[in-house]
Design a protein around this ligand. Sequence first.
Ligand code: ZN
Length: 262
Amino acid sequence: MKALLLAAGAFAAEGSGVNRNFRPGNGVDAMSGINIPVGPIVLLGAPGAGKGTQAKLIAGHYGIPHISTGDILRDNVARGTDLGRKAKRVMERGDLVSDDLVNGMVADRIKQPDCDRGFVLDGFPRTVAQAEWLDRELAAKAGEKKPTVVVDVEVSYNQLLQRLTGRRTCPVDGKIYNIYLQPPKTEGVCDVCGTQLFQRVDDTEEVISERLKSYERQTKPLEEFYQKQARLRCVNGDQPVEKVMADMFRAIEGGAAAAGSE
Ligand SMILES: [Zn+2]
């Protein structure tokens, strides 16, 4: 348990007490009397939109845990929990881990006390069914329905394509470059160890364009689900990082204030 908290809460620990934007009197949880400045946040964004990095920055800024489904899956497998053992058997067969298993792991994680003031979900929910499940789970947890703030970082298709097809990796130390955005000092060669960089097979244009289309197909219904309930907040991801982050913090605080006033 400690390992899980350490892993998932690493940024929370770093960012604790940072909470610069908290305004006293806002978002006070009547149930527990604990200040909840942000609450649950769902982060949506296409592959290549920088979602993982943004989730970490949000977690650090507000001192809340960053919960990535990839991380909690690996953690459950490593700790050999019931769910982790089941997931391991499924993955060893080469199958995808079912919604039920992933939901179970998310449920366990968001029950941890470090999630009381809020958390950032990265990679979850992926379907409308999971979004509905999350709403029920949160309602049960807090004893009342708490709207989730859903931030959708939108990056234009061409920009995403460039970010993803430009990726080059060092086979020795795993360092990642981007020939357009973050090129190595010498073309085609790792800055650290001088090894020839390579492009992963799944970073080619055909594969990426298919992945983006499939993301679009899968996520559209999810966006509509949140949009209909006025819970979706779109942030323009085609801007410098600082501007994206500022817009994102504003979206989160606006959303948290709206949720608290209901
Ligand atoms: Zn290298």
